[in-house]
Every structure is written in structure tokens, then in C-alpha cells.
Write a protein that binds this ligand. Structure first.
Ligand SMILES: [Zn+2]
Length: 380
């Protein structure tokens, strides 16, 4: 089955302009398993686009050899809106400058209306239930309409991904180690993704609370299962993961080649591409709860001075950073300490050196749930 390229218009927000999504489609439509992979919904996270570039090159070769076994859909630029947001020479890709907020928060809840749509059609066969649920989500998405570019982007990406078995959303952090997010239902079964990508941390939760893109596909099934309890068998169905390809400045071909190959082997292991992926690399970390991640936030504004690097292991009480008030009259009292509240690995740091109160500065992967980590678990 020949590869297909699809262009999906996002309409026009202003006369004379129009953006579109470009979609690479491999394999037969409807073939199983199906993987949906997108890059850079936060449009300033370039390592993800680099990984997609190298993955597509490998998939093109596999397609020529006739080795695509399932269906693979790749969107190498998931956010052409954010990609074009340049303000006074600075790329602003994380949030919509028209006021739509963080591009990866507040995605519509796919569970909405689902109970009513499927209740009379569900039965004792889990596989059939999955098909019924997918059909209902697809019908709802097909009936939805959006005018403005960002809602239209959301809708089109949903339509491409909703029926996938695997949804990989490729991002990067600020300054960070390779790490991924997975749902508890797919750990340790998703450990092959962590091992292949060389992840140094795996953050696990049932729901991050941010209504991020990929999570919605998993949550539709989870919420149905919670609603119906033992009445109908409803498996978790969709392995979804946000993959953080290190930090924003880690954009190099050698890393992209590594990442493209890692994703390719993962897809081989999962039966989407023929061929032997070889032995699974050694897993570099255990999964840790997202509720155990110490998201340290600046208690006040000032200059940020770190005492740790990414990859350091800290103990509870260790000095992680200090915020320096450059306007303190007595500079010997200008420093405010920030100490770790958990034992764990320093996964990310903030690359900004002048921070405002409340800004996230470091993420430490701890093993124990932290009592204040409830509700929304992601940074902004
Ligand atoms: Zn991101």
C-alpha cells in the first residue's frame, strides 16, 4: 500500500493567509494496530520535529520494502499556528498569542456524551465494545464543526488520532533529560517505549489534569470503565504517551537519528512494521508517580542561580537553587534558598535566568506521592 500525503486546510484567519496540516499516511486505512504520531503541538519544541523528520525517512524506506504492517499516521508539524508566532524576533510556540492559551491544555473531553451514545450497544465482548466506542467517538467528531484556526486544528488532529491503538505526542522540555509520560494502565507494559527512547524518567498518572491532547484518547475509555464498573468489559485500549525529547536546545541530527530509530524499533516491537528490532535496550529508570514529581516554583522574582544540574540525584532538603534579589540593599541577604522536598532525579531545569514568582524552575522525579500534588499535575 503506497504512502499517502494529505494536506488539511485550517481555513483562513485573515484575508490572503491560510495554513494547513501535512499528514504522512502509511499502510492500509483501518489496518491494525494503528499508531498516530505528532510533533511539536508546543510549536517551539523543535527536537520533536527533528525526531519526526528522521522517523519519516525510515518509514519511507520501510514502505518501499513493503514492511508496513499496520497503519501509521505521522504529523510532523502539529501546530503550524504556533510555528508562525514570532514576536519581535522571538518564537512564541507554547501558547496562542490570539488568547487561546497553552496549545496543549484544555482539549475537549472525548468522554462527553459517550455514555448515552454507547450504553445500549455495549455487551460482554471487550473487543466489540472497543469498536462501538471508537465508532461513537468518530461519529461525534465527524459531526463537529469549527471555524477559527485553533479549534479547527484541535478537531482535525482529533479526527486523525481518535481510533489509534498508540498515540505518541512528541514534545521537549526546557533543559532536560529524555523522559516520557505514561498512564498507570500502561506501566510496565509500555516500558518498551521508555527503554527504546533511553528515557531517564517515566512519569505515571491516570490523569494529569491539564486536559492535554494525547491523554483524552485514553481517558475516554477509562472514564467509561469507571462509569460502567463491571457491567461491561472496557479495556484501557489506547497507549498514549507524551515524549519529551530532552531540552529545547537539543536539536542535532545525531540525536534526531537516535530518536527516529528508537521510535521505529518501538513500532516494530508493536507489530506495525515488519523486521527484527533486536534486543530491547536496558531500561534506564523505573516509573515514578507524577504525584511524586517535585515541581519547584520560584517563591519570588529574581535571578536564578542553580546548585544542581539535570541528571543530579538530590536528597530531600538539598539546596537546589537560590533566587537572588538584585535590588536588595544588603546583598548579603539577597538570596532565597529553594530546597528539594523529595529524594529524586533532577529531570529538568528552567533555561530562563530571570524568573517571576510562581514560575517552575526544576522538576525532580521522586518515588513517593507528595501530599500537595493533587488536581492539575502539569506545569503551565
Ligand atoms: Zn510541550
Amino acid at each position: 500500500m503506497a504512502k499517502k500525503i494529505e494536506r488539511i486546510s485550517l481555513g483562513s484567519m485573515s484575508p490572503g493567509t491560510e495554513r494547513h496540516l501535512l499528514v504522512h499516511r502509511y499502510g492500509k486505512s483501518g489496518a491494525r494496530p494503528k499508531a498516530y504520531i505528532q510533533a511539536s503541538i508546543h510549536a517551539d519544541e523543535i527536537p520533536a520535529m527533528m525526531a519526526a523528520h528522521h522517523l519519516i525517512r525510515l518509514l519511507d524506506e520501510a514502505e518501499k520494502r513493503g514492511e508496513i504492517a499496520g497503519e501509521i499516521v505521522v504529523v510532523p508539524v502539529a501546530n503550524p499556528i504556533g510555528l508562525a508566532q514570532n514576536v519581535a524576533g522571538t518564537h512564541i510556540g507554547r501558547s496562542d498569542i490570539r488568547g487561546g492559551g497553552n496549545f496543549n491544555r484544555g482539549w475537549p473531553d472525548l468522554f462527553e456524551g459517550l455514555v448515552e451514545a454507547v450504553e445500549s450497544k455495549l455487551g460482554g465482548d471487550a473487543e466489540r465494545n472497543v469498536a462501538v466506542i471508537r465508532e461513537a467517538i468518530g461519529r461525534r467528531l465527524a459531526g463537529m464543526h469549527a471555524e477559527a484556526e485553533f479549534p479547527r486544528l484541535r478537531l482535525e488532529l482529533y479526527r486523525l488520532a481518535y481510533d489509534a491503538d498508540i498515540v505518541l505526542d512528541m514534545h521537549c522540555d526546557d533543559e532536560a533529560l529524555m523522559h516520557i509520560y505514561l498512564t498507570n494502565d500502561f506501566w510496565p507494559s509500555g516500558a518498551d517505549l521508555a527503554a527504546e527512547t533511553g528515557s531517564r524518567a517515566v512519569f505515571l498518572s491516570y490523569e494529569s489534569g491539564g486536559q492535554s491532547f494525547e491523554e483524552q484518547f485514553y481517558l475516554a475509555f477509562r472514564k467509561l470503565k469507571l462509569h460502567f464498573g463491571d457491567r461491561f468489559p472496557i479495556p484501557p485500549t489506547v497507549l498514549t504517551s507524551t515524549i519529551e525529547f530532552r531540552g529545547q536546545f537539543d536539536v542535532f541530527d545525531d540525536l534526531g537519528i537516535h530518536d527516529g530509530k528508537a521510535l521505529y524499533r518501538f513500532l516494530q516491537r508493536r507489530g506495525l512494521i515488519a523486521g527484527d528490532p533486536g534486543p530491547l535496550p536496558t531500561l534506564l529508570c523505573e516509573g515514578t508517580p507524577l504525584e511524586g514529581a517535585d515541581y519547584m516554583r520560584a517563591p519570588k522574582g529574581g535571578i536564578l542561580a542553580y546548585h544542581v544540574k539535570v541528571g543530579d540525584v538530590v536528597r530531600k532538603g538539598d539546596l537546589v537553587a537560590e533566587i537572588i534579589d538584585p535590588l536588595a540593599e544588603d546583598q548579603s541577604k539577597a538570596r532565597t534558598e529553594m530546597r528539594a522536598i523529595t529524594d529524586g532525579l533532577v529531570v529538568s531545569r528552567c533555561s530562563k535566568k530571570l524568573v517571576a514568582p510562581g514560575e517552575g524552575i526544576t522538576m525532580i522525579a521522586g518515588k513517593e506521592h507528595l501530599s500537595h500534588r493533587k488536581g492539575p499535575l502539569l506545569s503551565d
